[in-house]
Design a protein around this ligand. Sequence first.
Ligand SMILES: [Fe+2]
Ligand SMILES: [Fe+2]
Length: 170
Amino acid sequence: MLHTDILDLLNRQINKEFYSAYLYLSISHYFNSLHLNGFEQWTKNQAQDELAHGLRIYNYMLERQAAISFDAISSPDRQWDSPIDAVLEVYNHECSITRSIHDILKAAREHNDYSTEVFLHWFVTEQIEEESMADKVLQKLKLIGDNGGALLMLDDQLQKTPPATDMQAF
Ligand SMILES: [Fe+2]
Ligand SMILES: [Fe+2]
């Protein structure tokens, strides 16, 4: 049986992962409106990854016979002032998700829940990658400034980013 604190944190994390998918999809839609199709594809792939993260936790909770709550998912923003603003939101959001995963890990340790601790290791590693990718794009956008040609080159590079790899959770 999962401790009620862990149960609550995992349920909230499922909601956060699905919100992340919604946020990425909204950002993807924003990039579509700017005709930046590489950025659009990158964030759409990320949205799929986030759904897989939510399902990974859902499947773990099923295995542990834990009660799953289906809370309302908040509406994400729909407009940003510039690509850099949108990617900054991605980066800040990923950092907040990392803190959230670490909080669950801390609670699992406090309650001697070794199973949940081991389960969360995958997420800890995944978040390193998520933050790093968002930061790389952010730093490049800072270098690009208002150079339209360089922005299109980065867009082209992102178009070649391999698709989501986390779909096995389905
Ligand atoms: Fe995630
Ligand atoms: Fe993420």
